[in-house]
Design a protein around this ligand. Structure first.
Ligand code: 8GT
Length: 144
């Protein structure tokens, strides 16, 4: 029998999909974490016993000092190194400015899809995510 997604014993992660004015919140990873300096979405590992939503809220606090509201799961992916990643469309108060925790995050950006496509130093999942939105595989509820 096939085991449920979350029970196959791999590392699991969660990322926050947050739009503002049709731009996506992107971080550059700090130079002291795995995949240093790469652009990706904010997020991290789901700890034992955590729900995806709980881990998401915790990671957004740790990395960017923001309180997000998870809205819905919009995508699932598996990294080339076997991490199961859940992509959560999330809401952030429009007046709140994310503040990078320098231990984990070097830069914070709000990028259009065109700007993302011009970047070179990204985790592979980022351009894949944008392509999946534009092909209609993922519905994020805003034009992108
Ligand atoms: N944060 C983040 N991680 C991603 C993305 N795409 C992607 O494949 N990953 C992978 O998801 C896993 C978890 O993310 P992470 O690197 O930020 O978390 P971490 O293990 O440093 O844990 P921590 O932030 O809880 O300390 C890593 O294997 C990471 O490479 C993405 O867009 N954002």
């Amino acid at each position: 029998m096939t085991k449920p997604f979350q029970k196959i014993g791999k590392k699991r992660g969660v990322v926050g999909v947050i739009f503002r004015d049709e731009r996506l919140l992107i971080i550059r990873r700090s130079l002291t974490v795995p995949a240093p300096g790469k652009l990706c979405l904010p997020g991290g590992t789901i700890e034992k016993g955590e729900t995806e939503e709980f881990a998401l809220v915790r990671e957004m606090q740790e990395e960017l000092a923001i309180d997000v509201t998870p809205v819905r799961l919009c995508w699932r992916s598996i990294t080339p190194w076997g991490t199961l990643l859940s992509w959560w469309l999330s809401e952030l108060d429009p007046d709140v400015l994310p503040v990078a925790n320098p231990e984990e995050v070097a830069e914070v950006h709000w990028m259009t899809s065109g700007q993302i496509k011009m970047q070179r130093n990204m985790l592979p999942s980022l351009p894949q995510f944008v392509e999946a939105i534009q092909s209609g595989e993922i519905d994020v509820g805003v034009p992108f």
